[in-house]
Design a protein around this ligand. Structure first.
Ligand code: T3D
Length: 260
């Protein structure tokens, strides 16, 4: 991988978009690297949580507009990057059976914001900013933002943000519930890693079931949500983590989760 850094420690895979000279804007190569790194993290059983962040002063400025303009000029505007790249990346983040934390270190624009929104939790530096940049260049939302943003802030606010495109600073993003915590820039990496380690030491199978239940419930009837909860709970009840944690509770001990 050239444009994405990948490392694993404490059962946390850290995936860093690494094109700081271009605000981590996404070229075809960057998107391919990102998908490869996320797929690796998703498939590695030793990885129990994932941290997504960016190098330098940006989280991710979205589609690389230099490459995009060259494609448009060359008549390759319909290069299908949404289906080929953005959709699989977003689905890999959202559907992996382990928690994904975005450490938003700077601006997250367009598809870059979409990546952060697809994560399970977002923690931001005071320097973070979210910009729904799509409309500014005559595009509609992609990378799942039409789905994720309205679930984060509600339909009226999502409509306003996507139509007007006014950037949000970190404090406003916290107010709206887009991020769960804002920390000074020099504390972001350590704070986000601590959060990811905490998640990596949790009941991974139950977390996977939680993600699935939440995603399903977002567009199902109560009856269907109850049915899936029952199915998922049947599976959780059979895990070693559940048995051991129940025993630990009764023995007044702190549970140790192995993830299965
Ligand atoms: O088919 C398809 O591909 C559709 C898919 C679309 C998905 C999308 O993501 S659409 C949205 C694309 N992204 C944008 O429109 C964001 C454009 N950038 C900005 O609005 C601003 O640059 C930022 C809000 C991100 C940051 O603003 P600021 O003031 O902090 O920095 P800046 O001065 O504007 O940018 C710094 C440099 O980064 C600058 O280059 P320079 O002048 O120093 O050589 C700027 O051109 C470059 N840069 C920023 N964003 C991009 C970029 N270069 C290429 N692509 C970018 N997206």
């Amino acid at each position: 991988m050239n444009d994405v850094l990948y490392s694993v420690d404490d059962a946390v895979a850290t995936v860093t978009i690494d094109r700081p000279e271009a605000m981590n804007a996404l070229t075809t190569r960057t998107k391919a690297d990102l998908l490869e790194a996320l797929t690796m993290a998703s498939q590695d059983h030793a990885v129990r949580a994932v941290l997504l962040t960016g190098s330098g002063r940006a989280f991710c400025a979205g589609q690389d507009l230099n490459e995009h303009a060259a494609n448009l000029e060359a008549g390759r505007g319909l290069n299908d990057t949404v289906r080929t790249h953005y959709n699989p990346i977003v689905r890999t983040i959202a559907e992996m059976g382990k928690p994904v934390v975005a450490a938003v270190n700077g601006v997250a624009a367009g598809a870059g914001a979409g990546l952060a929104f697809a994560c399970d939790l977002r923690i931001a530096s005071e320097k973070a900013k979210f910009a729904m940049a799509f409309g500014g260049i005559g595009l509609a939302p992609d990378s799942g933002t039409s789905w994720t943003l309205q679930r984060l802030v509600g339909l009226p606010r999502a409509t306003e943000l996507l139509l007007l495109g006014e950037p949000l600073d970190a404090a406003r993003a916290l107010e709206l519930g887009i991020v769960s915590q804002v920390v000074p820039a020099d504390e972001l990496s350590a704070t986000a890693h601590r959060l990811a380690v905490r998640l990596a030491q949790g009941p991974t199978s139950a977390y996977a079931a939680t993600k699935r239940a939440l995603e399903h419930a977002a567009s199902s009837s109560l009856a269907d949500a109850l049915a899936l909860e029952a199915e998922l709970q049947d599976a959780c009840v059979k895990t070693d983590d559940h048995l051991n944690a129940t025993r630990s509770f009764l023995n007044k001990e702190r549970p140790v989760f192995e993830g299965h």
